[in-house]
Design a protein around this ligand. Structure first.
Ligand code: PEP
Ligand code: MN
Length: 338
């Protein structure tokens, strides 16, 4: 159920409703919008009739059921679009946010050079994996904490905040100490222990769609994070498994407007993993802008032929420059800017 407060309800009135919701045995999740505050009440549906009594309070506008199973992530709960801050960068507003960098952090020189290149081209967030979820146990697994230190050094040098993946619940606190945003990768989208753990930190989460997950499952995973009190979740379409073999995955481009219809959370596109081929990254990135994505996450490597992971889908520095200047034209049409 959601309790919608009247415009102008005071903080004391808000606190009173929260206390009442707790008294009735529900967990209150206050969502403070620009205009009004909504208190989402999560608990046993069988007791929801009791919440209706709050409707008699003079500063409560309405008490309504939330029909979708992803209560906090749903548009039903929050009509206004959520803006998620990563460092000083706001995702979900009129600024289009590009996160870029190598698949894996490989060395100090490689990550600092990558950060300088993507920053000069206009990207606002650095990406780089320190913990890599690889399909083979014999493939490079990442530099781990040393990789996080190198990402922090690149941030120090360029001022770019960074996003990096966390793969194990017990590493969450440590990764959150270094990173500006934590990525949950496709392979971990339904690792519920990991989702709960990142829900307990106060760092924004980039949640990638599992390669065989439905949009509803993606939103239920966002709900896992939000149910723990972390509402700063950005959704990411990164391609799904189909029978097609030419591309690494099949980019489900309609997932972007669909997720925007279903949820208030920002939605970005990863054209690198969605295609697996560097030649397709720029056209698919443009499609992302055209369908209303709030940003992109793109792999760029100073020397893709030497990359330890995902070289074939990593843009070269000149190609990254080209992508940035080409998407600018599409952003004008969409009324957005970098
Ligand atoms: C990555 O971002 O390098 C990555 C492993 O992505 P995904 O989880 O989407 O495969
Ligand atoms: Mn990768």
């Amino acid at each position: 159920m959601i309790v919608v407060l009247k415009v102008g309800a005071t903080e004391a009135q808000q606190k009173h409703v929260i206390a009442k919701v707790k008294e009735l045995g529900f967990k209150p999740h206050p969502i403070v919008g620009a205009e009004r505050t909504v208190i989402a009440c999560i608990g046993d549906d069988r007791d929801k009739a009791q919440l209706q009594t709050l409707g008699s309070l003079s500063y409560v506008d309405s008490v309504m059921p939330i029909l979708k199973p992803y209560k906090l992530a749903s548009k039903e709960t929050t009509k206004e679009r959520t803006v998620v801050k990563v460092g000083n960068v706001a995702i979900g507003g009129s600024q289009f946010v590009v996160m870029a960098g190598p698949c894996s952090v490989e060395s100090r020189a490689q990550i600092i050079k990558s950060a300088e290149i993507v920053k000069a081209a206009g990207a606002q967030i650095l990406r780089g994996g320190a913990f890599k979820p690889r399909s083979s146990p014999y493939s490079f697994q990442g530099l781990e904490e040393e990789g996080l230190r190198l990402l922090a050094a690149a941030r120090e040098r360029t001022g770019l905040p960074f996003v990096t993946e966390v793969v194990t619940p017990s590493d969450v606190a440590m990764v959150a100490d270094y990173a500006d945003m934590l990525q949950i990768g496709a392979r971990n989208m339904q690792n519920f222990a990991l989702l709960k753990e990142v829900g307990r930190v106060r760092k924004p989460i980039l949640l990638k769609r599992g390669m065989s997950s439905t949009l509803k499952e993606l939103l239920m995973s966002a709900e896992y994070v939000m149910s723990q009190g972390n509402y700063d979740v950005v959704l990411c379409e990164r391609g799904i498994r189909t029978f097609e073999e030419y591309t690494r995955n099949t980019c489900d481009i309609s997932a972007i407007p669909a997720l925007k219809e279903l949820s208030h959370l920002p939605v970005i596109l990863d054209p690198s993993h969605a295609t697996g081929l560097r030649s397709l990254v720029i056209p698919v990135a443009k499609a992302g802008v055209a369908v209303g994505a709030h940003g992109l996450i793109v792999e760029m490597h100073p020397k893709p032929e030497e990359a330890v992971s995902d070289g074939a889908q990593s843009l070269t520095p000149p190609q990254f420059d080209k992508m940035m200047s080409e998407i600018k034209k599409y952003l004008v049409i969409e009324g957005k800017h970098l």
